[in-house]
Ligand binder design. Sequence first.
Ligand code: DAK
Length: 258
Amino acid sequence: MEQPIVHTELHGRVALVRLASGNPLNPLTDALIDALVSAMQRIEADPAVHATVLTGSDKAFAAGADIVGMAPLDYATAFSEDLIGRNWDHLRRLRKPLIAAVRGYALGGGCELAMMCDIVIAARDALFGQPEIKLGIVPGAGGTQRLPRAAGKSTAMLACLTGEALPASDALACGLISKVVEPDALIEEALRIGQQIARHSLPVIVAVKEAVDRSFESSLAEGLLFERRLFHAGFSLADQKEGMAAFLERRTARFVNR
Ligand code: DAK
């Protein structure tokens, strides 16, 4: 029987999903992305899970798409079969928050996968980069689009044009990631953040993620209108009544997720 290449375990309402492809560098083969998509779809369908931590090995979050599989590709095949694009698209449509916990290399598709997550935290030994230019290709899963939005144009140009990786401290300074911790504390800290999110009402968590994501896709006026509509809609939730009552009664809210 084939070994699973994505492991999922539950920590209360937080799922911990680990890429474990057998190669500690976690090359993102089609099979690995398929397994990740399946795991994430199970999590999306499970109302008991409110947030996910995605991590890799001690050596790498992921060192990029599978170069062995890509090397012989021609344009006609890549285009007509939508190679490697096919399954990646599911990952950007997830509704529940995804926290990337990065150790070691996050290169090429690995950096792009981290940037698809909602929050990125990293160990001191993490390295983020888009080395595709060294392979004679451009980034293909958002490197030229999400990196400038997260880290600014100059940092993105530097990373994509030189192919040189940013250490965690630089990634923190430019806003690509939210936090740097000691390697041994990474998972604990990511789960702690996950638990902090997960104690809130699920529909409100999903609405907050949708609203923040919308800020990257719309004008300020449209984004503010979208937020206003979500804000008004929130008064239809039992959890709005519960959250405000709990505040006024000086007790912890007991959300029912509707
Ligand atoms: N793919 C396949 N094999 C890889 C790999 C990768 N990305 N990275 C490493 N390996 C393999 C190596 O070939 C080697 O295999 P063996 O020789 O043992 O069979 C083994 O892993 C160990 O690698 P190294 O010997 O190189 O290990 P080191 O510790 O010396 O170096 C390294 C670690 C991470 C610095 C180095 O392996 C490296 O530079 N790796 C390549 C990094 C890279 O160029 N990444 C970008 C790939 S292009 C898209 C979605 C995604 C993408 C594009 C489109 N769509 C949705 C459309 C993404 C593209 C990419 O990521």
